[in-house]
Each structure stands twice: as C-alpha cells, then as structure tokens.
Design a protein around this ligand. Structure first.
Ligand code: CO
Length: 296
C-alpha cells in the first residue's frame, strides 16, 4: 500500500468514526433509531382553589385546539400547593416528576410551557429542571421551556394591549384599574414596573402593584389621592384568581387591598378573574409554546 492510499484509508476510517460518534446519541440501546414522540407539559404555580384550577383548564383547551395531535400533561411548580391538594386526594406532579413520567413513557421531545407571569424563581427553577432532563441517557433528546407571560419587550406590549382590551366594561376613564401581581425578591420583579410603563402609555389610571415586590400598593395610593380618584377596580394579575386574589386583594382583613383602599375613601369593585381566563393573554403563552415547539 502506498503512503498516499494509506493516508486516504486513514481519512475514511476517521470520517466513519466521527460520523458514528455524531449519530450514536440519536440511536436507542440496540442501534435502532427511536421514533420521535413530542409532548407538551404545561406548568403552573398551581392553586388550592377549585375555581382557579378551572381557569387553567381553559389554557389546556386553547393548547389542545392548537395541537390536537400532541399529548398535553400538567405539573404544578408549588410544592406547598401540591401537598395541600394531596391531602384532599388530588395528585399533581412536580415538573421533575412529570418529566420523569414522560421520559418513562417514551417522549423524545418535550416543550414545557411556563404559565407563570414573570421570569422569576418558579421559571428559573423550571429551566434548571428541564435542562437536567434534556439529553439524559435513555431519556428525552430535548426538553425546551417556553417563556413565562412577560419575557420580552414585545410581550410587555402584547400584555398591556391584552389588559386594555379586557378592562371591566362598566369602568369609566376616571376610575382606577389596579392589577394585583405577586411580586418577588427575584430580579424578574422588574417586569411589573416595566409593564406599568407600557400601561401608562395607554391609560394613566391603569396600575399594576404587587404583594411582595415593587411597585407596592403604597406606591399607587398617593397617585389615587392626588388625582382624587374615588373608584377602583381590582383585578388579579396572576394566571388564576387564587388565594392571593381572594385574600390579599378582595379579602375583608384590614390589610387587604380592598380594605386599605376602602379606608382611603375609594370605592372598590373586585373582579375575581385570573389572566388565564383571557384569550388575549393565553395567546402570549401560546406564542411562547409555539416557538419552543418550532425548535424540534
Ligand atoms: Co404567594
């Protein structure tokens, strides 16, 4: 064999070796290519309130209309919510448990859609979980996570438009509309202030406040007083009208927003409807899911 043909042989052999290395992760245990099986995992914080869970069911209806041939599964990211529901005999998976089951059931590609509002702790935890399951030996090839409601500048515009399109119909421009968001110590909290900016470009009397972050109700009260606003509509800015909406927003306790504003001389109207009940809001989550699925 000449030196040249030996070099050629070496080249062919190494090409084959490289190709085998590249192809092998796609092969199942016995060298046969696995059939792709795509699934959707919807992940909400979760709620112990049955009516709130019906709002989430509305999201599932929208997703199944869009993807009639794709299996949809659920997980709740809040451990406390899951354990309360478990005591009532209702089993909800954590994202990790749901992904483990999907792995066992032969899914190769899973689009996980975060139904959270901001990219905070719940969402970032979900990213880590999805990453851990992505490419796990004998598991899923790819697990991708769709962004929560507010992730980009475009989302903020779309969410502000969706809110404006769904304001209570009886509300007059002199009445305030106050959205109650959760709020967090996580840097993702800045999304609420960003949304406020976009809402104020559309209507100066539409506010977003948070229970645990910034802006707070105390940032809104002086503005109401300055504008001598006497009526406010209170709406949750969370996927579901759960515990925070029922207690922190609409409750009778002296520290609820309802009680604080009433004491300020502002008449309140509480609307117990989560954002998952508005089609225009669900559209934003659906767009994020579509972009995750487009990667497969
Ligand atoms: Co909370």
């Amino acid at each position: 064999m000449s030196f040249l043909s030996f070099r050629l042989l070496l080249f062919i052999v190494s090409c084959f070796a490289i190709m085998t290395m590249l192809v092998s992760p796609c092969l199942a245990g016995h060298g046969e290519e696995r059939e792709a099986k795509v699934g959707i995992l919807l992940v909400a914080f979760g709620s112990t309130i049955p009516e709130a869970r019906e709002a989430l069911a509305h999201v599932e209806v929208r997703v199944s209309e869009q993807y009639p041939d794709t299996e949809i599964r659920w997980a709740y990211s809040a451990a406390l919510v899951r354990s309360i529901l478990r005591e009532q005999g209702l089993e909800y998976d954590s994202p990790a448990m749901a992904l483990a089951r999907m792995m066992e059931d032969g899914f190769t590609h899973v689009a996980v859609q975060s139904l959270h509002t901001i990219p905070g702790e719940e969402y970032h935890g979900l990213l880590q979980t999805a990453h851990a399951f992505s490419g796990m030996p004998k598991g899923m090839d790819t697990v991708l996570v769709g962004s929560p409601l507010l992730a980009t500048a475009g989302d903020l515009q779309a969410a502000a438009d969706a809110i404006m399109a769904n304001l209570p119909t009886e509300r007059t421009p002199g009445d305030a509309v106050i959205l109650l968001g959760h709020g967090t110590h996580h840097p993702g909290d800045a999304m609420y202030a960003a949304l406020q900016y976009h809402l104020w470009q559309r209507d100066p009397n539409v506010f977003v406040g948070t229970v645990e972050g910034v802006p707070a109700l105390d940032d809104i009260r002086p503005i109401l007083a300055e504008r001598t606003i006497t009526k406010a509509y209170l709406l949750p800015f969370m996927a579901v009208a759960g515990d925070h909406a029922i207690n922190d927003m609409a409750g009778d306790e002296p520290d609820s927003w309802n009680s604080i504003l009433t004491a300020d001389g502002v008449e309140t109207v509480c609307v117990l409807k989560g954002t998952a009940e508005y089609d225009a809001v669900v559209d934003i989550w659906l767009a994020h899911l579509a972009s995750a699925l487009a990667h497969f």
